[in-house]
Design a protein around this ligand. Structure first.
Ligand SMILES: [Fe+2]
Length: 227
């Protein structure tokens, strides 16, 4: 809705209106799909790092949001993805962005994710599928700006862009065996959340700032989990 209002303002103020670019798809429907935005080889690399970390107990099961999953805030490997995808995300959003933070999770069979929205640091969220075993895909579900429920199939290397604080999103039960997902979050450089650059950390890769842990708002009133 932000871009629509912006477009209206531009139209009202313009006396010699030539043409006004339509808002990006992301702002017209609340989400947009980016196919193949991460090369398969990069997905495989990150997923193998993730598998090694899980096997060696670097990551804890159940972060309070997903019981059947191993999750982590700001791993160097996902913070690097966060940095590398800033340009394609900015292109899809139609404005420059600041990265805020990355999060990631390996989902196990039986995992679910209740409907929720995200905190302001997730103004623009990018959910990337890095690996999926035991299922063709696991639908990402959301309610778009028209109020319609959408089901999006994301394959390895695909990403879903969505406006996390505005768009309720969830996943039904996972019937596959293993899925690794990275969640990359950004704020617009010309938006109201620039103070959340790096999620109030001094730089990418730094630990999560104190007092900023697992804040989620939305209809599900999730008790924890930053995404
Ligand atoms: Fe979320």
């Amino acid at each position: 809705m932000i871009s629509t209002r912006f477009q209206e303002d531009v139209a009202e103020k313009s006396t010699t209106a030539v043409s006004v670019e339509p808002p990006p798809l992301l702002y017209r429907q609340g989400y947009a799909v980016l196919r193949g935005v991460v090369p398969i080889e990069v997905c495989q690399f990150v997923a193998r790092v993730y598998g090694m970390m899980v096997a060696n107990n670097y990551l804890a099961l159940n972060d309070g949001q997903v019981e059947r999953g191993y999750a982590a805030y700001g791993l160097p490997v996902t913070e690097t993805l966060l940095d590398m995808l800033a340009d394609p995300v900015a292109a899809a959003a139609g404005s420059a962005v600041f990265p805020t933070y990355s999060y990631s999770r390996a989902y196990l069979k039986g995992a679910t994710l209740a409907p929720h929205t995200d905190r302001p640091a997730c103004e623009i969220s990018c959910s990337v599928t890095l690996d999926c075993k035991g299922a063709d895909f696991w639908p990402f579900r959301l309610q778009d700006f028209s109020g319609n429920k959408q089901e999006v199939a994301l394959y390895q290397g695909d990403a879903l862009l969505y406006l996390g604080p505005q768009v309720s999103h969830w996943r039904d039960r996972f019937d596959g065996d293993w899925q690794v997902q990275a969640f990359l979050h950004y704020v617009r450089q010309d938006g109201p959340n620039t103070h959340l650059r790096f999620d109030r950390r001094p730089r990418l890769g730094a630990p999560q700032a104190q007092g900023r842990r697992r804040v989620v708002t939305g209809p599900a009133r999730m008790p924890s989990g930053p995404r």
